[in-house]
Write a protein that binds this ligand. Structure first.
Ligand code: IFM
Length: 453
């Protein structure tokens, strides 16, 4: 890209995102309870190198410097998550003063720096005692989540005006309870489907609690959405495979939130494994929202037949550039996804925000104060251009959060994958803005995509 892109709409939000377990560290401090990720990361063989989030980026202690860095990078908003086990160590206790006080300090520091706090209530760190009592498949967990949402929004609702109930419930349900590669590491489709319902119900119960405490706030949910393409659009079987993948990954969450119930084709496909839905659940899940958070990383190309899962299709992506996660780089996927959301759900969800987008690369170690990461700049520029095209096509997209502010704990990959626009040295905790961070700072200031320097 050699020319600057067209300006984004006035007021477009430029942010970066993180999550508590991935950056905070201080796992044993100030009365924090144990989460399912503390347990899972200590289970042999589950996380590369046995890495845990015990120290991570030590953000719990270094947040003032991190916020100062965000300011240097011209960020208008910072999306972070609140660690449920810091607020309620067992998931059921009264609010912990020390836990709440940490988020008070973080929010106040952000506001003093002129950065809008966007709080996610659940980014995968379920208090272990709640998992021991049945986890997300159990209805009690949803009730407990509503209490937790009430506690946190009561405390922070005077200052935090953007709330995200859940981050990527597909991952919590299917990676956690079916594929076993995230905490709690279960491998049962039926449980995963019940967990997905438990998560959506929890979301629906939390929305009115947040609204009651923060009437002038905006409440949404963040979904990881994956546009599904048939390998051969002419082949009926490939089109059907893509439709089923879309049902499994996207419609399963979008439709009930939009008040359309679970997609009938998927309920039929799951048969006896489909979740138990009690009277009142559907309405609760369809609580009106102020925005939809969209996380996009890569698309999926599907072909008929094969596949080792219960869904009956094969993912068969075309050759192309890949990130260090081995994910296909496909900016058009973000454009297509946003256009489709605008077309199929636009009237229901109100505006969209890209709440995560970014890429892991094997960046070089810092040399002095520089980390050249041209691949990441190209990735971000391509995806921002896709956003711009979607907006030009009429999609109400109001902001973009780069994933992630810092290199951090990438779940089952431990510290081996670096998604940050800022490099983290895990020995010294030194932060070094990569070239992508400096470029992104200029983009945010200019409110348009710029060529790399
Ligand atoms: O690191 C994760 C994040 O926690 C949720 N969305 C995807 C990111 C990259 O895998």
């Amino acid at each position: 890209m050699t020319d600057a892109g067209a300006p984004f709409p006035d007021g477009f939000v430029w942010g970066a995102a993180t999550a508590a377990y991935q950056i905070e560290g201080a796992a044993q401090e100030d009365g924090r309870g144990i989460s399912i990720w503390d347990t899972f990361s200590r289970t042999p063989g589950k996380v590369i190198n046995g890495d845990t989030g015990d120290v991570a980026c030590d953000h719990y202690h270094r947040y003032p410097d991190d916020v100062a860095l965000m300011r240097e990078l011209n960020l208008g908003a910072y999306r972070f998550s609140i660690a449920w086990p810091r607020i309620q160590p067992t998931g059921r206790t009264a609010g912990s003063e020390r836990g709440l006080a940490f988020y008070d300090r973080l929010v106040d520091t952000l506001l003093e720096a002129g950065i809008e706090p966007w709080a996610t209530l659940y980014h995968w760190d379920l208090p272990q005692p709640l998992e021991d009592d049945g986890g997300w498949p159990a209805r009690d967990t949803g009730d407990a989540f509503a209490t937790y949402a009430d506690l946190v929004s009561r405390r922070l609702g005077d200052r935090v005006k953007h709330w995200i109930t859940l981050n990527e419930p597909w991952c919590s349900a299917f990676l956690g309870y079916h594929l076993g590669i995230h905490a709690p590491g279960k491998t049962d489709l039926r449980e995963a489907l019940q967990a997905s319902h438990g998560l959506l119900r929890a979301h629906g119960l939390a929305v009115p609690a947040i609204r009651a405490n923060c009437p002038d706030g905006q409440v949404g949910i963040t979904l990881n959405l994956t546009p599904a393409y048939p390998v051969d659009p002419e082949r009926e079987g490939d089109r059907a495979a893509a439709h089923r993948f879309d049902g499994y990954f996207n419609r399963w969450f979008l439709d009930p939130i939009a008040g359309r119930d679970y997609p009938a084709d998927m309920v039929e496909h799951y048969g006896e494994d489909a979740p138990t839905v009690l009277p009142g659940d559907r309405d609760a899940i369809a609580a009106p929202l102020d925005f939809l958070g969209v996380n996009y990383y890569a698309p999926a190309f599907l072909a008929e037949g094969g596949g080792d899962g219960p869904l009956g299709f094969r993912q068969q992506d075309p050759p192309g550039e890949r990130t260090a996660m081995d994910w296909l780089v496909w900016p058009d996927g973000l454009h297509d996804l946003l256009r489709r959301l605008g077309r199929d759900y636009g009237g229901t969800f109100g505006p969209f925000y890209v709440t995560e987008n970014g890429a892991a690369y094997d960046d070089p170690a810092p040399e002095g104060d520089r980390v050249p990461d041209p691949d990441r700049i190209r990735y971000l520029a391509g995806h921002l251009d896709a956003c711009q095209r979607a907006i030009a096509g009429g999609v109400d997209l109001r902001g973009y959060f780069a994933w992630s502010l810092l290199d951090n704990y990438e779940w089952a990959f431990g510290y081996t994958k670096r998604f940050g626009i800022v490099h983290t040295d895990y020995e010294t905790q030194r932060r070094t803005p990569k070239d992508s961070a400096r470029w992104y700072a200029r983009v945010a200031a200019a409110n348009r995509v710029l060529p790399p320097e």
